[in-house]
Design a protein around this ligand. Structure first.
Ligand SMILES: [Zn+2]
Length: 86
């Protein structure tokens, strides 16, 4: 099951938990799942150093590098570098 599919199921649950501790937990679960769905980094001009692409995390604006890994080291957001390696 992908994070997107899990999020859809969580949304479909329709539990009436607003204002309860369960609601807090659900918010954290949703946030964690959303971060697993890769997002495109914010690329500014002149940020390409040799073959390494760098940019900013779309969530926390932290610096991310294509050579490092597929997650922002600051907030854990998955980063999608596809099509940017040309
Ligand atoms: Zn981040």
């Amino acid at each position: 099951m992908t994070a997107s599919e899990a999020l859809k199921i969580v949304a479909e649950c329709g539990l009436n938990i607003e204002g309860t501790a369960h609601d807090e937990v659900m918010i954290q679960i949703k946030s964690a799942l959303e971060k697993q769905i890769p997002k495109k980094p914010v690329i500014e001009k002149g940020q390409k150093i040799f073959y390494i692409q760098c940019g900013s995390c779309p969530e926390c604006k932290g610096r991310v590098y294509s050579s490092a890994n597929c997650f922002c080291h600051k907030c854990g957001q998955a980063i999608d570098w596809s099509d940017d390696n040309a």
